[in-house]
Design a protein around this ligand. Structure first.
Ligand SMILES: NC(=O)c1ccc[n+]([C@@H]2O[C@H](COP(=O)([O-])OP(=O)(O)OC[C@H]3O[C@@H](n4cnc5c(N)ncnc54)[C@H](O)[C@@H]3O)[C@@H](O)[C@H]2O)c1
Length: 262
């Protein structure tokens, strides 16, 4: 499928690994100029080299802390100088905290909100003006099914992501007339570092047997009987930023093997 993104500039924040990197691969195959930015600058640069070698596309990697407006502005300025203003912005950067709400405190909430909610606010505020000027833009943010139905031990992560959904729907109403679409992917459990780290801690805490029983229980909640892979999301994000999806905006799409059907 021709995505219609050839030579377009695609900025992926959180692109060093996981769903962000996998989406970078799709963008590169579609002929876009790709920027993989991440708080882990070294990993972003290595990932960019890897992607350029694999696909022959124009790819750069750089460090950005999405929670800092100045950092995001500096990244977009550098990208604009190198490739041109971003026409596609995909925000995959996030952290997760596995804690009961009553065991958490203001510092935990602040860190989460800074990255998972201020992050998208910073990016949208920075990239939208030039998109509006060109009358073209594609933005995809990531939420989580826990933002839609809640999840014990993930309360303030879920709250921040619910904010992202509200943000995207609201801004989509403001900028649709400028040819800009914004959508949200809501992933179910997906095999990336953010999940692997949480699972490893759980295994340590529960012991091998209880953990294995939990893995089986989790799989039974997924009608497709597997958890997701980064590629499951990347192909859908590629569709959402493509010309084929130019009339889809303000939507939340669960990509979750049927875990939540809402
Ligand atoms: N993997 C899952 O099970 C799952 C489930 C639901 C939602 N999600 C969402 O999907 C998105 C992608 O996550 P993933 O699974 O690819 O995780 P991942 O851990 O593989 O990638 C997340 C990336 O974000 C980067 N990052 C963290 N803080 C940052 C900051 N301040 N500035 C810039 N970059 C930062 C990390 O360095 C990492 O490279 C996230 O928004 C996550 O909340 C993932």
């Amino acid at each position: 499928m021709d995505l219609g993104i050839e030579k377009k500039v695609a900025l992926i924040i959180g692109g060093a690994r996981g769903i962000g990197f996998s989406t970078g691969y799709e963008m590169a195959l579609g002929g876009a100029k790709v920027v993989l930015s991440d708080i882990d600058g070294d990993a972003a640069e290595n990932a960019a080299k890897r992607l350029a070698d694999q696909t022959g596309a124009d790819v750069i990697g750089m460090r950005t802390d999405i929670s800092s407006l100045e950092d995001v502005q500096a990244t977009v300025a550098a990208v604009t100088e190198k490739f041109g203003a971003p026409e596609i912005a995909i925000i995959t950067a996030a952290i997760v905290d596995d804690k009961l709400f009553m065991e958490s405190g203001p510092e935990d909430w602040q860190r989460m909100i800074n990255i998972c909610l201020y992050g998208p606010l910073n990016v949208l505020h920075t990239v939208l003006p030039s998109m509006a000027e060109r009358n073209y833009g594609r933005i995809v943010c990531m939420a989580t099914d826990s933002a839609r139905v809640g999840q014990a031990r993930l309360s303030y992560y879920a709250a921040a992501k619910a904010g992202v959904i509200a943000l995207v729907k609201s801004v989509a109403q403001e900028v649709g007339s400028s040819g800009i679409t914004l959508n949200v992917i809501s992933p179910g459990a997906t095999d990336t570092e953010i999940r692997q780290t949480r699972e490893a801690a759980m295994k340590e805490q529960m012991g091998e047997d209880k953990y294995e029983a939990r893995v089986k229980k989790v799989l039974r909640m997924y009608p497709m009987r597997r958890i997701g892979e980064p590629e499951d999301h990347a192909s859908i994000i590629a569709f959402l930023v493509s010309d084929r999806a130019s009339w889809i905006t303000g939507q939340v799409l669960s990509v979750n093997g049927g875990f939540l059907m809402a």
